[in-house]
Design a protein around this ligand. Structure first.
Ligand code: 5GP
Length: 193
């Protein structure tokens, strides 16, 4: 069993609304050696893809994205969840429905840091319905750049966002794919389709 799967079984808490809380090692307190090991696996998977940039969303995916970027020797860029005043000219935006907050927000990336020659690897902590990844892909497309794939710490496979994106041709590499989860029954894992 993978280390991250062991951590989920030991410390993960299932909340109503299909939310998995992993605050003790990923979303609040962070197990840095674990994240470094995940970054290494992601690096091995996409090693031959000539990645030029790592793109994530603030906030919880930033450490995994940064550690992955270090292995590729490329910059890490994170989409902001609201535009700062000094970003107003020259931004790419995408409207995204937030899974955890239930509202819609706009992700923003400065045009300065993405261009048509970029080969972009997306990184995030969770993949649920796939809206966050779709928002990032929209921004990459608007820049004329290419999305080479998405490295994910935890995919909730029963929500199908990942499977739909795979069907559309996206190379998604998830370190743990949850097949089912329930507060009483616990968590089970599955492999990628
Ligand atoms: P999606 O856009 O794929 O529906 O959801 C992905 C985003 O929602 C991730 O960036 C993550 O922050 C958040 N998210 C989705 N499901 C969960 C969950 O079960 N637990 C936590 N902690 N975050 C989640």
């Amino acid at each position: 069993m993978r280390l991250i799967e062991e951590k989920i079984l030991k410390y993960g808490k299932v909340y109503p609304g299909n939310v998995l809380k992993v605050d003790s090692f990923l979303n609040h307190q962070v197990d840095v050696p674990l994240i470094a090991a995940l970054a290494q696996e992601i690096y091995q998977h996409y090693n031959s893809c000539a990645v030029t940039k790592i793109l994530t969303i603030e906030a919880s995916g930033i450490l995994l994205a940064g550690m992955t970027a270090q292995l590729f020797h490329v910059p890490m860029l994170f989409a902001k969840k609201s535009a700062a005043k000094n970003m107003s000219d020259g931004v790419y935006t995408a409207k995204v429905r937030s899974f955890t907050h239930g509202n819609e927000y706009t992700m923003v990336v400065s045009k300065e840091y993405l261009n048509k020659d970029d080969k972009v690897l997306l990184i995030d902590d969770f993949l649920a319905d796939g809206n966050a990844l779709r928002g990032l892909m929209e921004i990459v497309k608007a820049a004329g750049a290419v999305t080479v794939g998405a490295g994910i710490a935890i995919e909730k496979g029963f929500q199908q966002g990942g499977d739909k994106l795979r069907e559309e041709g996206l190379d998604i590499f998830s370190l743990a794919i949850i097949g089912s989860m329930d507060a009483q029954e616990g968590v089970t894992f599955r492999s990628a389709m």
